[in-house]
Design a binder for this molecule. Sequence first.
Ligand code: SF4
Ligand code: SF4
Length: 351
Amino acid sequence: MAAGRDLNETLQDFLSACARFLLYAGAVAAVGAAGLLIFTIIRMADPGAASQTADALRNVGIFQNVLLVSVLAAGVGASYMFWGEDLLSGGLLILAAVLYFAPLYIPMMVANSDQNDAGRKSYEALQSAGTWLGVIAIIVVVADLFNRVRNRSKEGVKADLLKYGKGVKQEQDRENVFLGKCWQLPFCRKFVRERCPIYHSKRTCWKEQVGCMCEEQVIKGAMENRPIPKDALLAAQMIPRNHKLTPAQKKERCNVCVIYNEHQRHKYRALLPGVLAGFIAFYVLFRSPLMSGMTALVGQINKVMYGFTYGASGQQKIPVLFTEMLLVVFFLVALSYALKMIEYAVFKLKI
Ligand code: SF4
Ligand code: SF4
């Protein structure tokens, strides 16, 4: 066991060292290659440098490959090192946009914005690196979403944040009824249930604000084998009442109870398909107007850049594929925030 853990830790350390190397070496190489590509653009904008176009084209080919490999390495390294950090996908997306929009702002630094083949190829190299970094960012967003949803659906809030029923094993004799009452969930223990007034009255502990995880009387009744009438109304009269705590304090107990966490986990799983289906339906139904809006927005940014730089930039055409990709990114980011809001509402506010 210890040997297995050591092996695991060694592997983790090795992977972390690799990720660090990929991130730092990739970042240094990417900055260098991008800098040389920008230098080439500036140099090639000088009509006097036309005789160096062939040499420049050869160099651009090399810089392009270096930039692509280094951006991928840095992207993968950063994703491993900062996995789970909120800023990871946003940071990658911003860097991807900086590279992709190079043709919008680099012309500001160039006296003559007409470019020969080497200059144009340099722009393409920057944009291609930006596209691949964007792809990594999208993969990170999707994987993070998937991971988050899977963890929340599986365990709700983290076990160490729970106070009542912490460490209680799930019962095997109970079927976990989706959105069921407390006695239909797997934390209802058979020996307590048989003498539990909440079960016999067919009520729900969190509605009564008293139950087997928080109220001594319920457990005591089970230990003493106190008989409970089979009639639901009579059984309800046996539900213990705690007058020492306010309803708000009782609600606080539920918020950190394993049973209520299970109930909230069911709520979360019930809300998920609705939110996902809503987003997909919205995208499919409104794709056309959304694409028009996005194209107009990108055109507007282009126009603003053109105005701000007195025509020195912002004249490049933005491909439809990029606009679509941008729309998908906005959707994924919006979906990610919608899911975070549901998480917050269900697991923090305990709505
Ligand atoms: S209060 Fe506890 S023992 Fe009673 S029915 Fe609910 S989960 Fe079962
Ligand atoms: S804390 Fe709430 S959910 Fe847990 S047993 Fe008590 S009443 Fe039920």
